[in-house]
Design a protein around this ligand. Structure first.
Ligand code: SAH
Length: 342
């Protein structure tokens, strides 16, 4: 709940609105029980325990990559869907904690499963189960902080799911993170990644002009892109790139294009020429990543050498490009490897 929703809730149970603010502060710090809320009178804590429940999610499995300290969490929801779902195993999702020079970041899931059907991605296997609620996304941050004992100051919504297929909950989550009475996270510490749902890109530019936007591009012909990303049939490349351009014009912010390199599919010299042609002159940055292994898909990633070569070529053509650090692959926690498992 937002601070306003909590104030209203306080009034509904016969309390003063400021109790809602107190609750918001406690919940944003990760309180797990009303008993911890020591500045609330005991009678109110008892009343709350009788009529309310603190949701979010719990880590049921944590794996650590010994090389880089990346940790992958398997979360189980404590709210909503879990209660009505007969098969609790269907209601799990993953998140990844990563350490960077600029601080700690959590890769957050926005849905259980995904219905976008990208052919190379593990999250798409098995389709969509349900949307995550804002509190379940915030819960991932709080639970990851509780388990690691570290502060998280950046989030990327690049875990399971398509955030723009669950726009309202994602928007609420971003606002909860930003609230100065809560976590006070800066807009610029947040990144949302989409496979290319054009109308939502337009809305996002209006609603969140300071949050970073990443677009999963991966191919620059309609035929090739539609073959690996079904979303392209609904929102073809020209429309997508036009929306990206409009986004940068409106927000004056650099957009990130993610490009997973698949050997022989999208990493040839002709592909690189297309990137130069289509992305040249845009306020953008290309993030190259050799495709990570997902056994069921049959695709192979390009070598890191090829990735570096392409980055240099793009850079030389005036398109800033970097090769993404590969974190967490030994625990299947790298891009595209998150799935519903138990
Ligand atoms: N649905 C959103 C958020 C997921 S972000 C989106 O598509 O942008 C996860 C990123 O990893 C996306 O860029 C996705 O295309 C990419 N990805 C998927 N499978 C991958 C794989 N096997 N190797 C590398 N990247 C992959």
């Amino acid at each position: 709940m937002t601070i306003d929703e909590l104030k209203q809730f306080a009034v509904e149970i016969g309390e003063k609105p400021f109790r809602g603010k107190q609750l918001f502060i406690w919940l944003s710090r990760g309180a797990r029980s009303f008993d911890e809320m020591t500045d609330l009178p005991k009678s109110l804590r008892e009343k709350l325990a009788g009529c309310a429940r603190i949701g979010g999610c719990r880590a049921i499995k944590v794996q650590e990559d010994p090389e880089d300290g990346t940790r992958k969490f398997l979360f189980e929801a404590e709210t909503g869907g879990a209660a009505d779902n007969a098969d609790k195993r269907a209601d799990t999702f993953e998140g990844v904690f990563m350490k960077y020079s600029y601080g700690n970041s959590l890769c957050v899931s926005s849905q259980v499963g995904c219905r976008m059907g990208c052919r190379f991605c593990a999250s798409a296997l098995g389709g969509l189960v349900r949307n995550l609620e804002a509190g379940e996304m915030l819960g991932q941050v709080l639970e990851a902080e509780r388990v690691t004992g570290e502060k998280i100051n950046h989030i990327v919504i690049m875990g399971m799911g398509e955030p723009f297929d669950n726009y309202d909950n994602v928007a609420k989550f971003l606002r909860l993170l930003h609230d100065e009475d809560g976590r006070n996270m800066s807009w610029r510490g947040m990144t949302v990644s989409t496979c290319g749902i054009v109308p939502k890109i337009e809305q996002f530019a209006d609603d969140f002009p300071q949050v970073n936007l990443a677009i999963s591009l991966h191919r620059l012909t309609d035929e090739g892109r539609s073959a690996i990303m079904p979303v392209n049939r609904k929102y073809p490349l020209d429309e997508l790139l036009e929306a990206a351009r409009a986004y940068t014009e409106k927000t004056h912010r650099r957009i990130t294009f993610e490009y997973a390199l698949i050997e022989g599919e999208n990493d040839t010299d002709a592909d690189v020429d297309l990137m130069k042609k289509k992305l040249g002159g845009m306020l953008c940055h290309v993030n190259l990543i050799p495709l990570n292994k997902v056994d069921e898909t049959g695709f192979e990633g390009s070598s890191r050498n090829r990735a570096r070569e392409i980055a240099e070529t793009l850079d030389a053509a005036g398109i800033p490009a970097t090769v993404r650090r590969q974190l967490g692959s030994s625990i299947d926690g790298a891009c595209g490897q998150l799935r519903r498992t138990i």
